[in-house]
Design a binder for this molecule. Structure first.
Ligand code: COA
Length: 253
C-alpha cells in the first residue's frame, strides 16, 4: 500500500508510503490521495487532516516514469483530481514535512493551512530542469509569497531551499527536529477538536476566497502548458537522463 490512511482522535492522517522510490507519486497514488481527502471531508468525525511522508522523505514529486503516461487533458490527469480534492478540503490541512519535498511535494504545501518542516528538509520546484513549467498554482502563489526576485530563483533556476527559508517565505510555520515534526503537526491538528467546526470551515473559506478564481484559472493555464511540455524533446531528454542517472544535455535545443 503506497497511501496509508487512519483516523484517530478527530484527525485523518494521510501518509505517503513508497520509500523505495523516495515517495514518488504515481497516477494511482494521486487517485488514492484524492479519495482520502474526499473521505476526510465527508467524515463528521474528522476535524482536521494531517498529511505526511516517511522519515527523511516527504515526496520526490511526480513519478517521472508516470509523466509519459499522463493524459493530454489536465482534467483527466489523476494529479488534477488530487489538486481539486486538496483545494476543496474545507477542514484544516496540516502538513508534516519529514524530509525532501520536490516538485508537487513543495507546491502542495502552498495549499495546506499549516506546514511543519524537519530541520534537514530541502524543498525544490525543479520543473524547468525537467523541461516542464510550474504547476498547482505555484506560478501565482510563489511570487505573491516571496516576490518576483526569489520566485525566479526557485522557479526559473529551480534552486532548492531549506525549511528555515520556507518559514521566512511564509510557506511553512516552523522548523523542528525531524523526530518532532509529525508529533507537533498532530498536536496542532488535534486542537481543532476543541474549536467549533462551522466557524473553522467558514474562516478557511474566507481566507482563501480572494484568490480562489485566479487560482483555478492559473491551474488550468499551467496545466495546458505542462501537458504540452511533456511532449517536448527537452522534457524527453530530462526524463531519459534521470533514469540513466546522468546529467541532461540541453545544448542542442
Ligand atoms: N520519479 C520516479 N522515480 C524516482 C523519483 C521520481 N520523482 N525520485 C526518486 N525515484 C527513484 C529513483 O529512480 C531510484 O530508483 P532505483 O532505486 O530503482 O534506481 C529511487 O527512487 C531512489 O532514488 P535516488 O535518486 O537514488 O535517491 P537519493 O536519496 O539519491 O535522492 C532525491 C533523492 C529525491 C533527491 C532524488 O531521487 C531526486 O531528485 N528525485 C527526482 C525529483 C524530481 O525531479 N521530481 C519531479 C519534480 S517535478
Amino acid at each position: 500500500m503506497t497511501i496509508k490512511t487512519a483516523t484517530l482522535n478527530g484527525v485523518a492522517t494521510i501518509e505517503i508510503a513508497r520509500p523505495e522510490k523516495k515517495n514518488a507519486i504515481t497516477g494511482a497514488m494521486y487517485t488514492q490521495l484524492a479519495a482520502a481527502f474526499d473521505a476526510a471531508r465527508e467524515d463528521d468525525a474528522v476535524r482536521a487532516v494531517l498529511i505526511t511522508g516517511q522519515p527523511g522523505i516527504f515526496t520526490s514529486g511526480n513519478d517521472i516514469d508516470d509523466f509519459v503516461k499522463r493524459p493530454a487533458s489536465l482534467e483527466e490527469a489523476p494529479s488534477f483530481a488530487f489538486m481539486k480534492a486538496l483545494m476543496g478540503c474545507d477542514k484544516p490541512v496540516v502538513a508534516a514535512v519529514t524530509g525532501a519535498a520536490i516538485g508537487i511535494g513543495t507546491t502542495m504545501l502552498l495549499h495546506c493551512d499549516f506546514v511543519y518542516v524537519a530541520d534537514e528538509a530541502r524543498l525544490a520546484m525543479p520543473f524547468v530542469s525537467l523541461g516542464l513549467v510550474p504547476e498547482f498554482g505555484s506560478s501565482l502563489i510563489v511570487p505573491q509569497l516571496m516576490g518576483n526576485a526569489r520566485a525566479a530563483e526557485k522557479l526559473l533556476l529551480g534552486d532548492p531551499f531549506s525549511g528555515a527559508d520556507a518559514v521566512e517565505f511564509g510557506i511553512a510555520n516552523a522548523v523542528l527536529p525531524a523526530s518532532e515534526v509529525v508529533k507537533h503537526a498532530r498536536r496542532v491538528a488535534e486542537r481543532f477538536n476543541t474549536l467549533p467546526p462551522g466557524a473553522v470551515r467558514e474562516t478557511k473559506r474566507l481566507l482563501r476566497r480572494h484568490r480562489a478564481e485566479a487560482l483555478l484559472e492559473t491551474i488550468r493555464i499551467e496545466g495546458q502548458a505542462f501537458g504540452a511540455r511533456l511532449q517536448t524533446p527537452e522534457a524527453k531528454e530530462a526524463f531519459s537522463a534521470f533514469f540513466e542517472k546522468r546529467k541532461p544535455d540541453f545544448s542542442r535545443f
